[in-house]
Design a protein around this ligand. Sequence first.
Ligand SMILES: Nc1ncnc2c1ncn2[C@@H]1O[C@H](COP(=O)(O)OP(=O)(O)OP(=O)(O)O)[C@@H](O)[C@H]1O
Ligand SMILES: [Mg+2]
Length: 359
Amino acid sequence: MPLSRLSLEHFRNITAAELELSPRFNLIVGANGSGKTSLLEAIYYLGRVRSFRTARPKHLIQDGQTWFRLVGRITGADNAEQTLGIERGPQGQTLRLAGRPVRQLADLVRTLPIQLLHSDSHLILEGGPRYRRRYLDWGVFHVEHGYHATWQRYAKALKQRNAALRTSRNPRDVAAWSPALVQAAETLHSLRSEYIAMLLPYVQGNLAALVDLPGLEFHYQPGWPEDTGLETALAERYATDLKRGFTQVGPHRADLQPLIDGVPAIERVSRGQQKQLVTALLLAQAELLMEKSRRPCLFLIDDLPAELDHGHRERVLERLLALQSQVYVTTTDANAIPVVAGDSGKRFHVEQGRIAQTG
Ligand SMILES: Nc1ncnc2c1ncn2[C@@H]1O[C@H](COP(=O)(O)OP(=O)(O)OP(=O)(O)O)[C@@H](O)[C@H]1O
Ligand SMILES: [Mg+2]
């Protein structure tokens, strides 16, 4: 479901812009500080309702203004159109989908699957497990329907158990949350395991096209020792959970580690190979989503030349276009971007927050 139109108001340094987008390839060119990443950030915010640069959305509001508004029109497979809108102001945020207020954030996020490759993407390898969980959960969320509701049940049980750990002196109050916690945790674990089993062949396929890393394998760790099971693990850690005031085991501690010869891949690959590996991981999710649900992704690549060498830029863009992704690429130098989409691509020039279509 590509975005066919996008309007932005008071977002970062962009006062107002109305864009007609290509369903295939959108090249965004401009000097440093012109507003290229801000445009990608707006698209990302529309699809994920959060930024990849700040945890505080008020920083997204243009200096001197009190609100921003983003409106996107998406075109479905049968040419059916839907409008998606987010407005953020002093009173908070309103989300609208097809003219109606959105009550569940997940409904909006499901509408516009977005992948992002940018200067922080290496955190999938280099950062803590939460970056890899976020990667994994993006895929499970979009592919496995019951996942979100199960997460909500799990998060609620976890919150209650943690509250009981902090406030109650009676072990029974803590134990009372175990059945709900364990049941939701096991469902999450099995949905994640199924997703990983589906994903890995796509990861291997994309790795084969992008980077040669012999001995690479993926180790999934559900968040508790598999030999004992979660119920026992919870019981065993009760005393330290109590001391720390939170639950130390469960799917909120899961990890999916790429290993080479048994050590984290990050220890063994070059900077360029890291980027290729991360790209292969993201492409794999886009490919799986397309194959499983016939749903193309929006794929945002910030400063493509900084991420990949020339040969890889071409291979990645060609793969994305073959997957029917809607691709957005930013660069300071248009000559560094291979020509891939021919006439179906569009080019935009950004200068001091003003965006003009130039091709
Ligand atoms: N809330 C805001 N209001 C106004 N301007 C802002 C706001 N937040 C950031 N900016 C400015 O927006 C400009 C564009 O930033 P952006 O990161 O989009 O540039 P860019 O084109 O991606 O540059 P680069 O090529 O260096 O990555 C910057 O000069 C930044 O200082
Ligand atoms: Mg930038």
